[in-house]
Design a binder for this molecule. Structure first.
Ligand SMILES: [Mg+2]
Length: 263
């Protein structure tokens, strides 16, 4: 599919940004063909991008397949909230969390998390409890290797017992010197990252478009499902530079998109 150049699109000052899990697809699952069709229609009219806390490999799995690079499906791809960023398929320069935090602090953090989880009583534990990503540290008390049923079970348990929120409070006390912030995203995990490296981080790449191609994006629509304080869409949804849209499901995203743009 061919798309007009960014400057040649009918709504050239508009960009639609999307959260991934719970907004474009169900948690950890692949994006449906009808969503892809809608997005490619939208891309004819304005710029499109996604912004997610997860790594690009996860988005490749959920948004595409082995033969099509996910970075070809959106004008802007913001993995790890935009710390890893792609524009028109090409990587934009950036930094990394490990560079920012340094190995000694990182090791102290991981060691503390592993000890805390070891001492926690949970419905199940599956392994891969901390993942170091380019833009954040992802902590999963149940482990990333849990299957869908185990994830559902953990989410119910967490709703009653506040496992993640209690752990975050303890981390905030323990690592008060590190200037980290925390965001609960998916069903079973949360991210820790430097203050300001939330989803609003990606806006610097969109604002840089003015110098890059002369386009000022003054209509930045953002669709997300986790918009409450402490959740991962909160900061970008609330940011005065964006027009926030809260969605309850991917079906809701499609409906709201059709209402917003004549598709
Ligand atoms: Mg979400």
């Amino acid at each position: 599919m061919a798309y007009p150049l960014l400057q040649d699109r009918a709504m050239k000052n508009t960009i639609c940004l999307f959260d991934l899990d719970g907004t474009l697809c169900r948690e950890e699952q692949v994006v449906l063909p009808e969503m892809h069709i809608l997005l490619s229609q939208l891309r004819q009219q304005c710029a499109i991008g996604y912004v997610s806390g997860g790594p690009i490999s996860k988005q490749q799995r959920q948004l595409s397949n082995n033969s099509v690079p996910v970075t070809s499906l959106f004008d802007f791809c913001f993995a790890e909230n935009g710390v890893t960023a792609f524009r028109m398929g090409l990587r934009l320069p950036g930094t990394s969390l490990i560079e920012w935090i340094g190995e000694p602090h990182y090791k102290a953090f991981v060691t503390w998390v592993q000890r805390y989880i070891a001492d926690s009583d949970l419905p199940s534990k599956r392994g891969s409890f901390v993942e170091l990503r380019n833009g954040n540290m992802n902590v999963s008390p149940i482990g990333q290797l849990a299957n869908y049923d185990e994830m559902d079970e953990f989410e119910r348990y967490d709703r009653v017992h506040g496992i993640r929120s209690t752990m975050i409070e303890a981390l905030e006390r323990q690592f008060a010197n590190l200037e980290l912030q925390y965001a609960i995203g998916g069903q079973t995990c949360f991210d820790a990252f430097p203050v300001g490296w939330d989803k609003t981080y990606c806006l610097r790449h969109i604002e840089a478009e003015k110098q890059r191609s002369g386009i000022t994006y003054n209509q930045i629509h953002f669709f997300g499902d986790k918009i409450l304080k402490g959740q991962d869409d909160f900061e970008l949804y609330e940011d005065r530079r964006t027009i926030g849209h809260v969605v309850v499901s991917l079906e809701d995203t499609m409906k709201q998109l059709r209402d917003l743009v004549d598709l």
